[in-house]
Every structure is written in C-alpha cells, then in structure tokens.
Design a binder for this molecule. Structure first.
Ligand code: CA2
Length: 145
C-alpha cells in the first residue's frame, strides 16, 4: 500500500515563522514522523511540497494507478482552487483533506474549502498530528474497501 502526501504553498516555511499559529515543527519533522509511523503500518510514503498550483494538479493527475490514497494539505489553494477540485474529482482516488490549524476557527475566508466536497473527509486543527490522523484515515479507507 502506498500513500501520497501533498503539501501546498508556504508549508516549506513551517517551523520558521508564525509559530503561534502553525507550531515549531518543520515540514521535514512532520515527514519524518509520518515515515516512522508508516513503517509500523507497512505503508510506503511519497511526501512532496510545492508552491505551484499547476504542479499540485500534475501530481494529483499522475497519481492515478500509482498510489492507494492521497493526503492533501492544499494550504491556501484550499480556499481558491477550482483546478485542484477538478483534479481531485478526475483522479478517482480517496483524497483526505488535512490542515494543521482549525480553519473553521480562523478568518471567515478560511472557513470555505473548495475541495472538501470532493474529498473523502477533512481533518483540521490537530497540528502535526493532523498528518498522522490523515495517514490512519488513508490506511483505514484502503483496507476496509
Ligand atoms: O492549517 C493549515 O494547514 C493551512 O492549510 C495552512 C495554510 C493556510 O493558508 C490554510 O488556510 C490552512 C498556510 C500554510 C502556510 O504556512 C506557513 C507556515 C509558516 C509561516 C508562514 C506560512
């Protein structure tokens, strides 16, 4: 079983700025945590980050037939990208939307996700743990279907 983790814009800055919102953990720390848990679960991980919307779309399209599920922190594109929504719809794979922060408790423009309706579910507000919860959700979806 293989799970693709995709991370959107500015998540490469994690742990370096705005620690009051996003914590002090870097994206590399999170990747290590995910990989460690994946060993126990016997899951192969592909973990990527980009600041480019088109690259995210390309990665989602290219994942068909190569992974069992996608765990996606689309960052700001969550709230703006019809292109991502369309790519998720087209790929016909379970996509789990995750966020570090509770987007529903933040500014009104973050309450709306354009991708929620085409994802299998959303995990938000648990900091780095959101990634581990996303991994568990992906494993459960794949092994119970
Ligand atoms: O809470 C999340 O995971 C978000 O997806 C993070 C995005 C934000 O636009 C979403 O509304 C919620 C922002 C990621 C940028 O992260 C930064 C980290 C450090 C410094 C600056 C930005």
């Amino acid at each position: 079983m293989k799970v693709l983790f995709l991370n959107g814009p500015n998540l490469n800055l994690l742990g370096t700025r705005q620690p009051e919102i996003y914590g002090k953990t870097t994206l590399l720390d999170i990747e290590r945590m995910v990989r460690q848990r994946a060993v126990d679960l016997k899951v192969e991980i592909d973990f990527r980050q980009t600041n480019d919307e088109g690259e995210l779309v390309d990665w989602i399209q290219g994942s068909k037939g190569t992974v069992n599920a996608i765990v996606l922190n689309a960052a700001a594109y969550t709230h703006t990208s019809v292109a991502l929504r369309d790519a998720i719809t087209a790929v016909e794979l379970p996509v789990i939307e995750i966020h570090l922060s509770n987007i529903h408790a933040r500014e009104p423009f973050r309450h709306r996700s354009l991708i929620s309706g085409v994802c299998r579910g959303q995990i938000a507000g648990f900091g780095a743990q959101s990634y581990l919860l996303g991994l568990l959700a992906a494993v459960n979806l794949t092994t119970s279907s």
